[in-house]
Design a protein around this ligand. Sequence first.
Ligand code: DTR
Ligand code: CA
Ligand code: ZN
Ligand code: ZN
Length: 450
Amino acid sequence: MTPSRSSLPRSIARRTAAVALVAVAGLLAASPTSSAMPDRPAAADVSDGTLAAPDIPLSNVKAHLTQFQSIATANGGNRAHGRTGYKASLDYVKAKLDAAGFTTTVQQFTYSGSTGYNLIADWPGGDPNQVLMAGAHLDSVSSGAGINDNGSGSAAVLETALAVSRAQLQPTKHLRFAWWGAEELGLVGSRYYVNNLPSTDRARVSGYINLDMVGSPNPGYFVYDDDPAIEKVFKDWYAGIGVPTEIETEGDGRSDHASFKNVGIPVGGLFTGASRTKTSAQAAKWGGTSGHAFDRCYHSSCDTTTNINDTALDRNSDALAHAIWTLGTAEPLPPGESYENTTDVAIPDNAAAVTSALTVSGRTGNAPAALRVGVDIKHTWRGDLVVDLLAPDGTAYRLKNSSSSDSADNVITTYTVDASSETANGTWRLRVQDVAAQDTGYIDSWKLTF
Ligand code: DTR
Ligand code: CA
Ligand code: ZN
Ligand code: ZN
Protein backbone atom coordinates (compact mmCIF):
# COMPACT_ATOMS: atom_id res chain seq x y z
CA MET A 1 0.00 0.00 0.00
CA THR A 2 1.55 3.38 -0.89
CA PRO A 3 1.79 5.96 1.97
CA SER A 4 0.34 8.67 -0.25
CA ARG A 5 -2.78 6.60 -0.71
CA SER A 6 -4.63 7.80 2.34
CA SER A 7 -4.53 11.30 0.83
CA LEU A 8 -6.19 10.16 -2.34
CA PRO A 9 -9.94 9.62 -2.44
CA ARG A 10 -9.94 5.89 -3.13
CA SER A 11 -12.84 6.16 -5.46
CA ILE A 12 -10.55 7.99 -7.90
CA ALA A 13 -8.67 5.19 -9.45
CA ARG A 14 -6.84 4.99 -12.70
CA ARG A 15 -8.15 1.94 -14.43
CA THR A 16 -5.42 -0.33 -15.57
CA ALA A 17 -6.16 -3.26 -17.68
CA ALA A 18 -6.35 -6.38 -15.62
CA VAL A 19 -3.60 -8.56 -16.89
CA ALA A 20 -4.60 -12.17 -16.96
CA LEU A 21 -1.89 -14.29 -15.43
CA VAL A 22 -1.05 -16.86 -18.02
CA ALA A 23 0.54 -19.78 -16.24
CA VAL A 24 2.84 -21.99 -18.19
CA ALA A 25 0.74 -24.17 -20.48
CA GLY A 26 2.21 -27.54 -21.44
CA LEU A 27 3.61 -27.11 -24.97
CA LEU A 28 6.16 -29.15 -26.87
CA ALA A 29 8.84 -28.44 -29.40
CA ALA A 30 8.46 -30.70 -32.35
CA SER A 31 10.57 -33.74 -31.62
CA PRO A 32 14.00 -33.20 -33.13
CA THR A 33 13.22 -35.17 -36.26
CA SER A 34 9.75 -36.65 -36.07
CA SER A 35 9.48 -39.69 -38.29
CA ALA A 36 6.18 -40.84 -39.76
CA MET A 37 3.95 -42.62 -37.30
CA PRO A 38 4.41 -46.37 -37.89
CA ASP A 39 1.15 -48.33 -38.17
CA ARG A 40 0.14 -49.32 -34.67
CA PRO A 41 -2.70 -51.41 -33.31
CA ALA A 42 -5.26 -49.32 -31.44
CA ALA A 43 -4.45 -49.35 -27.72
CA ALA A 44 -6.89 -51.19 -25.49
CA ASP A 45 -8.30 -48.99 -22.70
CA VAL A 46 -8.59 -49.92 -19.03
CA SER A 47 -10.99 -48.48 -16.44
CA ASP A 48 -9.86 -44.85 -15.94
CA GLY A 49 -8.91 -44.18 -19.53
CA THR A 50 -5.29 -45.08 -18.99
CA LEU A 51 -3.52 -48.27 -20.02
CA ALA A 52 -2.04 -51.00 -17.85
CA ALA A 53 1.72 -51.14 -18.19
CA PRO A 54 3.44 -54.40 -19.12
CA ASP A 55 5.81 -56.11 -16.74
CA ILE A 56 9.40 -55.04 -17.43
CA PRO A 57 11.47 -58.24 -17.67
CA LEU A 58 14.19 -58.11 -15.03
CA SER A 59 16.38 -60.29 -17.22
CA ASN A 60 16.34 -57.61 -19.93
CA VAL A 61 17.28 -54.89 -17.46
CA LYS A 62 20.13 -57.00 -16.11
CA ALA A 63 21.35 -57.72 -19.63
CA HIS A 64 21.88 -53.99 -20.07
CA LEU A 65 23.83 -53.92 -16.80
CA THR A 66 26.01 -56.75 -18.07
CA GLN A 67 26.71 -54.70 -21.19
CA PHE A 68 27.59 -51.64 -19.10
CA GLN A 69 29.93 -53.80 -17.02
CA SER A 70 31.62 -55.21 -20.12
CA ILE A 71 31.99 -51.71 -21.53
CA ALA A 72 33.60 -50.47 -18.33
CA THR A 73 35.93 -53.45 -18.20
CA ALA A 74 37.00 -52.84 -21.80
CA ASN A 75 37.51 -49.11 -21.24
CA GLY A 76 39.76 -48.64 -18.23
CA GLY A 77 37.26 -49.80 -15.64
CA ASN A 78 34.78 -46.93 -15.80
CA ARG A 79 32.13 -45.12 -17.84
CA ALA A 80 32.99 -41.61 -16.65
CA HIS A 81 32.55 -38.30 -18.48
CA GLY A 82 35.33 -37.73 -20.99
CA ARG A 83 36.40 -41.37 -20.98
CA THR A 84 35.86 -43.88 -23.79
CA GLY A 85 33.59 -45.97 -21.57
CA TYR A 86 30.98 -43.24 -21.46
CA LYS A 87 30.64 -42.82 -25.22
CA ALA A 88 30.61 -46.62 -25.64
CA SER A 89 27.73 -46.79 -23.14
CA LEU A 90 25.84 -44.13 -25.08
CA ASP A 91 26.42 -45.89 -28.39
CA TYR A 92 25.02 -49.10 -26.88
CA VAL A 93 21.86 -47.43 -25.64
CA LYS A 94 21.38 -45.45 -28.87
CA ALA A 95 21.67 -48.55 -31.04
CA LYS A 96 18.93 -50.28 -29.05
CA LEU A 97 16.63 -47.27 -29.38
CA ASP A 98 17.28 -46.72 -33.09
CA ALA A 99 16.42 -50.35 -33.75
CA ALA A 100 13.20 -49.94 -31.75
CA GLY A 101 11.88 -47.03 -33.81
CA PHE A 102 12.79 -44.08 -31.62
CA THR A 103 13.99 -40.77 -33.03
CA THR A 104 17.33 -40.29 -31.27
CA THR A 105 19.44 -37.18 -30.91
CA VAL A 106 22.95 -36.94 -29.46
CA GLN A 107 23.57 -33.56 -27.85
CA GLN A 108 27.24 -32.63 -27.39
CA PHE A 109 28.66 -30.32 -24.74
CA THR A 110 32.09 -29.58 -23.35
CA TYR A 111 33.00 -29.79 -19.70
CA SER A 112 36.39 -29.63 -17.97
CA GLY A 113 38.10 -29.94 -21.34
CA SER A 114 36.26 -33.06 -22.46
CA THR A 115 33.36 -33.62 -24.81
CA GLY A 116 30.19 -34.79 -23.10
CA TYR A 117 27.07 -36.29 -24.62
CA ASN A 118 23.36 -36.43 -23.80
CA LEU A 119 21.16 -38.96 -25.58
CA ILE A 120 17.53 -37.95 -26.24
CA ALA A 121 15.02 -40.45 -27.62
CA ASP A 122 11.58 -39.35 -28.81
CA TRP A 123 8.78 -41.84 -29.35
CA PRO A 124 6.96 -40.55 -32.47
CA GLY A 125 3.40 -39.37 -31.83
CA GLY A 126 1.49 -38.07 -28.84
CA ASP A 127 0.44 -34.54 -28.01
CA PRO A 128 3.27 -32.19 -29.00
CA ASN A 129 2.03 -29.83 -26.31
CA GLN A 130 2.45 -32.32 -23.48
CA VAL A 131 5.84 -34.02 -23.29
CA LEU A 132 6.32 -36.62 -20.57
CA MET A 133 10.05 -37.23 -19.95
CA ALA A 134 11.93 -39.91 -18.09
CA GLY A 135 15.71 -39.91 -17.69
CA ALA A 136 18.79 -41.18 -15.94
CA HIS A 137 22.42 -40.21 -15.89
CA LEU A 138 24.54 -42.63 -17.88
CA ASP A 139 27.94 -41.62 -16.56
CA SER A 140 29.79 -43.28 -13.69
CA VAL A 141 32.43 -41.89 -11.42
CA SER A 142 35.99 -42.56 -12.58
CA SER A 143 36.61 -45.05 -9.76
CA GLY A 144 34.35 -47.77 -11.11
CA ALA A 145 31.80 -49.19 -13.51
CA GLY A 146 28.86 -47.35 -11.87
CA ILE A 147 26.44 -50.26 -12.21
CA ASN A 148 24.06 -49.15 -9.48
CA ASP A 149 25.06 -45.51 -9.85
CA ASN A 150 23.70 -45.21 -12.39
CA GLY A 151 23.63 -48.16 -14.69
CA SER A 152 20.52 -49.22 -12.79
CA GLY A 153 18.56 -46.09 -13.66
CA SER A 154 19.88 -46.04 -17.22
CA ALA A 155 18.91 -49.67 -17.79
CA ALA A 156 15.45 -49.26 -16.25
CA VAL A 157 14.71 -46.23 -18.44
CA LEU A 158 16.07 -48.01 -21.53
CA GLU A 159 14.00 -51.14 -20.96
CA THR A 160 10.88 -49.07 -20.31
CA ALA A 161 11.44 -47.25 -23.59
CA LEU A 162 11.90 -50.58 -25.37
CA ALA A 163 8.66 -51.81 -23.77
CA VAL A 164 6.89 -48.77 -25.27
CA SER A 165 8.17 -49.90 -28.65
CA ARG A 166 7.23 -53.55 -28.11
CA ALA A 167 3.73 -52.41 -27.18
CA GLN A 168 3.64 -49.98 -30.09
CA LEU A 169 2.14 -47.66 -27.50
CA GLN A 170 -0.04 -44.79 -28.73
CA PRO A 171 0.19 -42.44 -25.75
CA THR A 172 -1.84 -39.25 -25.48
CA LYS A 173 1.30 -37.40 -24.35
CA HIS A 174 4.51 -37.27 -26.36
CA LEU A 175 7.10 -39.53 -24.68
CA ARG A 176 10.76 -38.51 -24.49
CA PHE A 177 13.51 -40.49 -22.76
CA ALA A 178 16.96 -39.16 -21.90
CA TRP A 179 20.35 -40.32 -20.74
CA TRP A 180 22.54 -37.60 -19.27
CA GLY A 181 26.28 -37.06 -19.35
CA ALA A 182 28.48 -35.70 -16.56
CA GLU A 183 25.91 -35.86 -13.78
CA GLU A 184 28.64 -36.87 -11.35
CA LEU A 185 30.46 -33.61 -12.07
CA GLY A 186 27.43 -31.55 -11.10
CA LEU A 187 24.34 -32.34 -13.20
CA VAL A 188 26.25 -30.91 -16.16
CA GLY A 189 24.50 -32.72 -19.02
CA SER A 190 20.93 -32.30 -17.82
CA ARG A 191 21.53 -28.65 -17.00
CA TYR A 192 23.00 -28.13 -20.45
CA TYR A 193 19.90 -29.73 -21.98
CA VAL A 194 17.46 -27.60 -20.00
CA ASN A 195 19.44 -24.39 -20.48
CA ASN A 196 19.49 -24.93 -24.23
CA LEU A 197 15.80 -25.79 -24.44
CA PRO A 198 13.89 -22.67 -25.60
CA SER A 199 11.40 -21.50 -22.98
CA THR A 200 8.48 -22.42 -25.25
CA ASP A 201 9.85 -25.96 -25.44
CA ARG A 202 10.42 -26.11 -21.69
CA ALA A 203 6.78 -25.19 -21.17
CA ARG A 204 5.84 -28.20 -23.27
CA VAL A 205 7.44 -30.61 -20.80
CA SER A 206 4.57 -31.60 -18.53
CA GLY A 207 6.80 -33.67 -16.25
CA TYR A 208 10.27 -35.19 -15.80
CA ILE A 209 10.83 -38.50 -13.98
CA ASN A 210 14.36 -39.25 -12.73
CA LEU A 211 15.90 -42.61 -11.86
CA ASP A 212 19.29 -42.45 -10.16
CA MET A 213 20.35 -45.49 -8.10
CA VAL A 214 17.34 -47.82 -8.20
CA GLY A 215 19.00 -51.18 -7.49
CA SER A 216 20.96 -50.59 -4.29
CA PRO A 217 22.13 -53.86 -2.66
CA ASN A 218 20.59 -52.98 0.74
CA PRO A 219 17.64 -51.14 -0.73
CA GLY A 220 15.20 -48.62 0.58
CA TYR A 221 12.16 -47.60 -1.41
CA PHE A 222 12.15 -43.81 -1.70
CA VAL A 223 9.82 -41.66 -3.78
CA TYR A 224 10.76 -38.07 -4.60
CA ASP A 225 8.56 -35.62 -2.76
CA ASP A 226 8.14 -33.13 -5.59
CA ASP A 227 5.27 -33.08 -8.10
CA PRO A 228 2.20 -34.48 -6.31
CA ALA A 229 0.78 -36.28 -9.34
CA ILE A 230 4.03 -38.07 -10.16
CA GLU A 231 4.60 -38.87 -6.48
CA LYS A 232 1.05 -40.26 -6.21
CA VAL A 233 1.48 -42.55 -9.21
CA PHE A 234 4.58 -44.09 -7.64
CA LYS A 235 3.20 -44.30 -4.09
CA ASP A 236 -0.04 -45.88 -5.30
CA TRP A 237 1.89 -48.44 -7.35
CA TYR A 238 4.08 -49.44 -4.45
CA ALA A 239 1.05 -49.56 -2.14
CA GLY A 240 -0.54 -51.85 -4.69
CA ILE A 241 2.27 -54.37 -4.26
CA GLY A 242 2.28 -53.93 -0.50
CA VAL A 243 5.65 -52.21 -0.26
CA PRO A 244 5.82 -49.13 1.98
CA THR A 245 7.72 -46.15 0.62
CA GLU A 246 9.40 -43.17 2.22
CA ILE A 247 9.79 -39.66 0.94
CA GLU A 248 13.23 -39.09 -0.57
CA THR A 249 14.74 -36.47 1.75
CA GLU A 250 18.31 -36.15 0.58
CA GLY A 251 17.55 -35.78 -3.09
CA ASP A 252 16.93 -32.10 -3.53
CA GLY A 253 19.57 -30.85 -5.90
CA ARG A 254 21.39 -34.16 -5.88
CA SER A 255 20.44 -35.53 -9.25
CA ASP A 256 19.25 -34.53 -12.71
CA HIS A 257 15.65 -33.80 -11.71
CA ALA A 258 17.03 -30.64 -10.10
CA SER A 259 17.89 -29.23 -13.54
CA PHE A 260 14.21 -29.51 -14.51
CA LYS A 261 12.80 -28.43 -11.15
CA ASN A 262 14.96 -25.31 -11.29
CA VAL A 263 13.04 -24.12 -14.37
CA GLY A 264 9.61 -24.98 -12.96
CA ILE A 265 9.02 -28.32 -14.64
CA PRO A 266 7.14 -30.84 -12.45
CA VAL A 267 9.51 -33.61 -11.38
CA GLY A 268 9.45 -36.94 -9.60
CA GLY A 269 11.53 -40.04 -9.27
CA LEU A 270 12.65 -43.13 -7.42
CA PHE A 271 15.71 -43.94 -5.31
CA THR A 272 16.97 -46.95 -3.33
CA GLY A 273 19.64 -45.18 -1.29
CA ALA A 274 23.36 -44.42 -1.37
CA SER A 275 25.84 -44.09 1.44
CA ARG A 276 23.36 -43.33 4.22
CA THR A 277 22.72 -46.10 6.75
CA LYS A 278 19.52 -48.14 6.84
CA THR A 279 17.80 -47.80 10.21
CA SER A 280 16.34 -50.70 12.17
CA ALA A 281 12.85 -49.39 11.44
CA GLN A 282 13.62 -49.36 7.75
CA ALA A 283 15.06 -52.86 7.90
CA ALA A 284 11.90 -54.01 9.67
CA LYS A 285 9.72 -52.84 6.79
CA TRP A 286 12.03 -53.42 3.85
CA GLY A 287 14.29 -56.23 4.95
CA GLY A 288 18.01 -55.96 4.45
CA THR A 289 20.59 -55.01 7.05
CA SER A 290 20.19 -52.18 9.52
CA GLY A 291 23.27 -50.23 10.47
CA HIS A 292 24.71 -50.72 6.99
CA ALA A 293 24.66 -48.37 4.01
CA PHE A 294 21.96 -48.77 1.40
CA ASP A 295 24.87 -49.03 -1.07
CA ARG A 296 28.26 -49.64 0.54
CA CYS A 297 29.88 -49.45 -2.89
CA TYR A 298 28.61 -45.94 -3.61
CA HIS A 299 31.18 -44.23 -5.86
CA SER A 300 33.56 -47.15 -5.35
CA SER A 301 35.23 -49.69 -7.56
CA CYS A 302 32.95 -52.39 -6.14
CA ASP A 303 29.91 -50.83 -7.81
CA THR A 304 29.77 -53.70 -10.29
CA THR A 305 27.05 -56.09 -11.46
CA THR A 306 27.39 -57.84 -8.09
CA ASN A 307 26.28 -54.60 -6.41
CA ILE A 308 22.61 -54.90 -7.38
CA ASN A 309 19.50 -56.07 -5.53
CA ASP A 310 17.37 -57.76 -8.20
CA THR A 311 14.07 -57.22 -6.39
CA ALA A 312 14.65 -53.49 -6.06
CA LEU A 313 15.76 -53.18 -9.67
CA ASP A 314 12.73 -55.14 -10.87
CA ARG A 315 10.25 -53.20 -8.74
CA ASN A 316 11.59 -49.81 -9.79
CA SER A 317 11.66 -50.78 -13.46
CA ASP A 318 8.02 -51.87 -13.23
CA ALA A 319 7.12 -48.74 -11.26
CA LEU A 320 8.61 -46.53 -13.97
CA ALA A 321 6.68 -48.38 -16.67
CA HIS A 322 3.50 -47.93 -14.64
CA ALA A 323 4.15 -44.19 -14.38
CA ILE A 324 4.84 -43.82 -18.09
CA TRP A 325 1.72 -45.75 -19.05
CA THR A 326 -0.47 -44.00 -16.49
CA LEU A 327 0.70 -40.43 -17.01
CA GLY A 328 1.36 -40.92 -20.70
CA THR A 329 -1.96 -42.41 -21.75
CA ALA A 330 -4.40 -40.42 -19.61
CA GLU A 331 -7.31 -39.48 -21.89
CA PRO A 332 -7.64 -35.79 -22.72
CA LEU A 333 -10.70 -34.32 -21.02
CA PRO A 334 -13.72 -33.13 -23.08
CA PRO A 335 -13.09 -29.41 -23.67
CA GLY A 336 -15.30 -26.61 -22.51
CA GLU A 337 -17.12 -28.03 -19.53
CA SER A 338 -17.53 -25.41 -16.81
CA TYR A 339 -18.21 -25.50 -13.09
CA GLU A 340 -19.30 -22.27 -11.36
CA ASN A 341 -19.86 -20.94 -7.85
CA THR A 342 -21.94 -17.74 -7.68
CA THR A 343 -22.24 -17.46 -3.90
CA ASP A 344 -20.86 -14.14 -2.61
CA VAL A 345 -18.02 -14.42 -0.12
CA ALA A 346 -17.02 -11.28 1.82
CA ILE A 347 -13.28 -10.51 1.90
CA PRO A 348 -12.26 -9.03 5.29
CA ASP A 349 -10.08 -5.96 5.08
CA ASN A 350 -6.37 -6.63 5.65
CA ALA A 351 -7.10 -9.95 7.33
CA ALA A 352 -7.10 -13.71 6.84
CA ALA A 353 -7.79 -15.24 3.44
CA VAL A 354 -11.21 -16.54 2.51
CA THR A 355 -12.05 -19.37 0.11
CA SER A 356 -14.85 -20.35 -2.22
CA ALA A 357 -15.18 -24.02 -3.18
CA LEU A 358 -16.11 -25.85 -6.38
CA THR A 359 -16.57 -29.61 -6.46
CA VAL A 360 -15.68 -31.28 -9.75
CA SER A 361 -16.82 -34.86 -10.34
CA GLY A 362 -17.44 -37.33 -13.11
CA ARG A 363 -14.29 -36.45 -15.00
CA THR A 364 -11.41 -38.85 -15.75
CA GLY A 365 -7.69 -38.30 -15.45
CA ASN A 366 -5.97 -35.02 -14.79
CA ALA A 367 -6.99 -31.43 -15.28
CA PRO A 368 -5.79 -29.80 -18.51
CA ALA A 369 -2.56 -27.98 -19.13
CA ALA A 370 -4.71 -24.94 -19.90
CA LEU A 371 -7.31 -24.93 -17.14
CA ARG A 372 -9.29 -21.69 -17.33
CA VAL A 373 -10.07 -19.97 -14.05
CA GLY A 374 -12.65 -17.18 -14.47
CA VAL A 375 -12.91 -14.83 -11.49
CA ASP A 376 -15.30 -11.99 -10.70
CA ILE A 377 -14.20 -10.19 -7.55
CA LYS A 378 -15.75 -6.85 -6.65
CA HIS A 379 -13.22 -4.85 -4.64
CA THR A 380 -12.01 -1.28 -4.72
CA TRP A 381 -8.23 -0.85 -5.03
CA ARG A 382 -7.64 -4.37 -6.24
CA GLY A 383 -3.91 -4.03 -5.55
CA ASP A 384 -4.81 -5.14 -2.02
CA LEU A 385 -5.65 -8.63 -3.24
CA VAL A 386 -3.72 -11.87 -3.51
CA VAL A 387 -5.58 -14.60 -5.40
CA ASP A 388 -4.72 -18.31 -5.57
CA LEU A 389 -6.29 -21.42 -7.06
CA LEU A 390 -6.10 -24.42 -4.71
CA ALA A 391 -6.17 -27.86 -6.36
CA PRO A 392 -7.97 -30.77 -4.67
CA ASP A 393 -4.68 -31.95 -3.15
CA GLY A 394 -3.99 -28.49 -1.74
CA THR A 395 -1.42 -27.41 -4.30
CA ALA A 396 -1.62 -23.63 -4.67
CA TYR A 397 -1.39 -21.89 -8.03
CA ARG A 398 -0.79 -18.15 -7.74
CA LEU A 399 -3.17 -16.25 -9.97
CA LYS A 400 -2.63 -12.67 -8.79
CA ASN A 401 -0.10 -10.98 -6.52
CA SER A 402 -0.84 -7.86 -4.48
CA SER A 403 0.36 -4.54 -5.84
CA SER A 404 0.76 -1.23 -4.06
CA SER A 405 0.27 0.57 -7.34
CA ASP A 406 -2.75 -1.17 -8.82
CA SER A 407 -5.49 1.18 -7.69
CA ALA A 408 -8.08 -0.04 -10.17
CA ASP A 409 -11.24 -1.67 -8.89
CA ASN A 410 -12.41 -5.25 -9.30
CA VAL A 411 -10.71 -8.36 -10.61
CA ILE A 412 -12.81 -9.62 -13.51
CA THR A 413 -10.68 -11.79 -15.71
CA THR A 414 -9.75 -15.34 -16.72
CA TYR A 415 -6.48 -16.95 -15.75
CA THR A 416 -4.98 -19.99 -17.48
CA VAL A 417 -3.25 -22.53 -15.26
CA ASP A 418 -1.23 -25.62 -16.16
CA ALA A 419 -3.04 -28.01 -13.87
CA SER A 420 -2.04 -31.11 -15.84
CA SER A 421 -0.42 -32.65 -12.78
CA GLU A 422 -3.64 -32.38 -10.76
CA THR A 423 -6.47 -34.88 -10.73
CA ALA A 424 -9.54 -33.20 -12.22
CA ASN A 425 -12.08 -34.56 -9.76
CA GLY A 426 -12.25 -33.14 -6.26
CA THR A 427 -12.83 -29.85 -4.46
CA TRP A 428 -11.05 -26.90 -5.99
CA ARG A 429 -10.93 -23.61 -4.10
CA LEU A 430 -10.40 -19.96 -4.97
CA ARG A 431 -8.45 -18.31 -2.15
CA VAL A 432 -8.50 -14.52 -1.81
CA GLN A 433 -6.74 -12.39 0.78
CA ASP A 434 -6.85 -8.63 1.30
CA VAL A 435 -3.35 -7.74 2.51
CA ALA A 436 -3.64 -3.95 2.89
CA ALA A 437 -5.82 -1.73 5.08
CA GLN A 438 -8.80 0.20 3.64
CA ASP A 439 -11.01 -0.96 0.80
CA THR A 440 -13.10 -4.07 1.01
CA GLY A 441 -14.98 -6.30 -1.34
CA TYR A 442 -16.23 -9.80 -2.03
CA ILE A 443 -15.97 -12.79 -4.34
CA ASP A 444 -18.97 -12.39 -6.61
CA SER A 445 -18.47 -15.62 -8.61
CA TRP A 446 -15.82 -17.84 -10.12
CA LYS A 447 -15.68 -20.74 -12.52
CA LEU A 448 -13.43 -23.51 -13.80
CA THR A 449 -13.51 -24.43 -17.49
CA PHE A 450 -11.86 -27.72 -18.53
N1 DTR B 1 23.98 -37.68 -6.35
C1 DTR B 1 23.68 -39.00 -6.91
C2 DTR B 1 23.32 -40.00 -5.84
C3 DTR B 1 22.32 -39.51 -4.89
C4 DTR B 1 22.56 -39.15 -3.61
N2 DTR B 1 21.37 -38.76 -3.02
C5 DTR B 1 20.40 -38.88 -3.93
C6 DTR B 1 19.01 -38.61 -3.83
C7 DTR B 1 18.25 -38.78 -4.97
C8 DTR B 1 18.84 -39.20 -6.17
C9 DTR B 1 20.21 -39.47 -6.28
C10 DTR B 1 20.96 -39.31 -5.13
C11 DTR B 1 24.87 -39.52 -7.65
O1 DTR B 1 25.91 -39.72 -7.01
O2 DTR B 1 24.72 -39.75 -8.85
CA1 CA C 1 9.31 -56.58 -13.69
ZN1 ZN D 1 27.02 -40.85 -8.18
ZN1 ZN E 1 23.81 -41.16 -9.66
